[in-house]
Design a protein around this ligand. Structure first.
Ligand code: HEC
Length: 153
């Protein structure tokens, strides 16, 4: 405690006596200002993680991204075929059947043919690597309703 400078400090640790470098002040006050702006933006912008989540969920459950906002206008009013379609096929072919992971089923022609027999075959036996076979999953009536529904699109 002989040094005058040291006496300023209760813990007795001596300082070099140099002022902090300029970049320290830039960082110090810069970060304070950045923090204020960040908090202000967070509070005032109206953003919330919950709102963002709800928005993304709405977009996601709206089926294929490119048609998320469009109403499923192509689909006629609820019929047995439509219900079966919505329950079993819309996940891949889209809520309005215009495609997504699966192909566009509103197209005028199908790759594997668009006669009742060919469409029925597509459904029961599957197509390619990604269209699963629905063999035995539908009754005759259900299958006919589905085919009717698709051919009417
Ligand atoms: C797991 C996803 C998936 C599901 C579920 C699915 N499909 Fe498909 N579907 C596909 C894909 C992918 C293709 C294209 C296959 C190819 O071309 O190799 C396809 C092809 C088809 C085709 C033939 C289209 C053409 O151009 O010839 C028809 C018809 C069809 N699906 C109807 C249905 C129906 C009806 C259902 C519900 C019972 C259904 N799909 C469920 C993925 C799916």
């Amino acid at each position: 405690m002989s040094d005058k400078h040291q006496q300023d400090h209760a813990d007795g640790i001596a300082e070099a006596g140099k002022p902090a470098p300029g970049y320290f002040y830039v960082l110090y006050f810069g970060l304070i200002i950045w923090g204020i702006i960040f908090i202000a933006y967070f509070l005032l912008s109206g953003w919330s993680s919950d709102a963002e989540f709800q928005q993304k969920m709405a977009a996601h459950t709206g089926q294929p991204v490119e048609t998320s906002s469009a109403a499923p206008a192509a689909v006629p009013q609820s019929s047995p075929g439509q219900t079966l379609y919505a329950d079993n096929c819309s996940g891949c072919h889209g809520a309005d059947a215009t495609g997504g992971f699966g192909t566009d089923l509103t197209a005028a022609t199908y790759q594997y043919g668009k006669t009742a027999e060919q469409v029925r075959e597509s459904i029961t036996a599957g197509r390619g690597d990604s269209m699963p076979p629905f063999d035995g999953q539908f009754s005759e009536n259900e299958l006919a309703a589905l085919v009717d529904f698709l051919l009417a699109l």
